[in-house]
Design a protein around this ligand. Structure first.
Ligand code: ZN
Ligand code: ZN
Length: 160
């Protein structure tokens, strides 16, 4: 199976396929509505445009973004789904850390450090234990049809 197929069958992704940095790029493109100019991405992350070109090339090879020279970078359907997962992972972890005493700011910062190795299966369990919340500490939490539409099992907290 090549990488392209992997992301074509996105339902099965673990969430740990791409590097933390590329994950941040993907989340940021989603935050900007799904497309962005390479220069804006480079400016936001304060990196050299050539770094962006390289990273975006890898994301395009994985089928997560389209990159057209004069129009910029946009998320593919798989890329959008992946980015929504990344945002959900960040915000679910942030909520968990908040619950255990961190301030919103600390939780947001710490989540960024920790989230890269947190697989989707665990994120889904944490999401369920919190009752599939829709509001995170730094923004809305995307609804995931395969996680958030599931019945809450007995013993788990019902959605508020
Ligand atoms: Zn945050
Ligand atoms: Zn959920």
């Amino acid at each position: 199976m090549n990488q392209y197929d992997l992301y074509d069958t996105m339902r099965e992704f673990s969430g740990c396929e791409i590097s933390p940095r590329r994950s941040e790029y993907l989340s940021y493109i989603l935050e900007k509505g799904g497309s962005i100019k390479p220069k804006d991405l480079a400016d936001h992350f304060q990196v050299d445009p050539s770094t962006i070109t390289k990273a975006v090339g890898r994301l395009a090879d994985s089928g997560l973004v389209y990159h057209t020279p004069y129009q910029g970078i946009s998320l593919t359907d798989s890329g959008r789904q992946y980015a929504e997962f990344l945002v959900r992972r960040h915000r679910i972890l942030g909520l968990i850390l908040c619950k255990y005493g961190l301030s919103r700011e600390e939780a947001c910062r710490q989540a960024l450090q920790m989230e890269g190795s947190l697989p989707r299966t665990f994120v889904d369990k944490m999401c369920a234990s919190l009752g599939h919340p829709r509001k995170g500490i730094c923004g809305d939490i995307p609804y995931d049809i395969s996680c958030c539409s599931r019945e809450t099992r007995p013993g788990e907290r019902e959605r508020e």
